[in-house]
Design a protein around this ligand. Sequence first.
Ligand code: PLP
Length: 469
Amino acid sequence: MTAQQNSAPAGQAGAAPAHGPLLAKDARHALHPWADLSTLGKQDALVITGAQGVEVVDSRGRRYIDAIGGMWCVTVGYGREELVEAMAAQARRMPYFTPFGDVANEPAIELAAQLAALAPGDLNRVHFTTGGSTAVDSAVRIAHLYHAAMGRPEKHHVLSRVDAYHGSTYLAASLSGKEADRVRFHYEDRWVHHLESPGHDPDNSPLSADDRLTGLLDGMEAAIARIGPENIACFVAEPVLASGGVLVPPPGYHRATRELCRRHDILYVSDEVVTGFGRLGHFFASQDRFGIVPDMITTAKGLTSGYQPLGAVLISDRIADALAGTADPGKPVFSNGFTYSGHPVACAAALANIELMRREDICGHVRDVGPYFIDRLRELRGSPIVHAVRGDHLMACVECRVPGESGPTPRNMALAQRVDAYCEAGGLLVRPYENLCIMSPPLVVDRAGIDRIAGIMAGALARAEADLR
Ligand code: PLP
């Protein structure tokens, strides 16, 4: 998504005198996450300068409906004064003090208690981090510590999956299984293993959901046998794989993999950085949507609706008790955490966010409009350049294809880029990835907003298709 592609004004245009100098400074000094290195120094950024409700405005004064939700994270929408007020009040009262050792702050204590109350099962202990990557990283380290405390230090291998995304620290990036992201960095591949990608697309697959499930479980059992269950610490899994392409596993997958892990004493870490906080219609999808109680849950993003950076690992009492009960007497320290773990201003934002979500029953709203969103997008399958539409509640993607060609081929990826550009020109921001246009709008989007998203997307597909002729 670049401003270059923004070939037509969308919505109201306003004066934006600082646009040129801003872009020049950005091109000269910034290295953006996931930047296209071939354009470094020449990048023509889309500079977002304002936001309200489900819309954002750029430095040229153009308005867009934000179907990215910031980055899967702006859940209660932009301009929510109660979050801003809570953050400001906390910053005035006490902006920061160390969270290390036995020092605490009030919002972090209160938030930990509220997260424990929202979490399934006995996940009553909370370790705060600075975001999703550091939450995943911390969860794996806790799994290592747990098994070491139980006298099994050799249990340190980690199971992840192809197409997973777990973040951008060294360890979280190693767990991630998106081939497109694997570049000339180094990754930990000696003890991180990627199982088959678990998505199932009933519209295009020759396999029934049951056969697909059987294949996935056989593959997982075989991997466990090969690595040796005595060597495996944990399985890290997004309930629905988000940025790898909104991949929904076949029914029964979550319970069956949970059971496999239990049988082999492999801790189950549910990465709910995207699926948590309402995106699938519940505070946590693991139990309420998929019927499992994991050993740990990682959360971030929607935890604060993106108003502040914050992440957390929710840990079962069983794990926490084991850590406490078998602490090394010589070195009892839990040496994991960050300067900004449980930052009071971020925790104040999260508390206000939870209160707002409860008061407005945001999860109930998602359960109401989520199926409508998926249905409206599925209507787009009538387009000859749409291979598939898949998703769950308010996470979805449209998979593009040049007729007769499927998968992330160069022509299909170029086509998706074109659709993305036409969406942007029409006043809709979606997230391009390979041959996909990914969508995760703010959870407060209503039916009219969904109609707008589907309508602009339909127009963009029609224009891109016409270009092929
Ligand atoms: N886990 C999942 C499932 C994610 O989608 C992401 C980010 O998109 C992360 C972890 C990493 O989170 P962060 O970017 O906050 O470090």
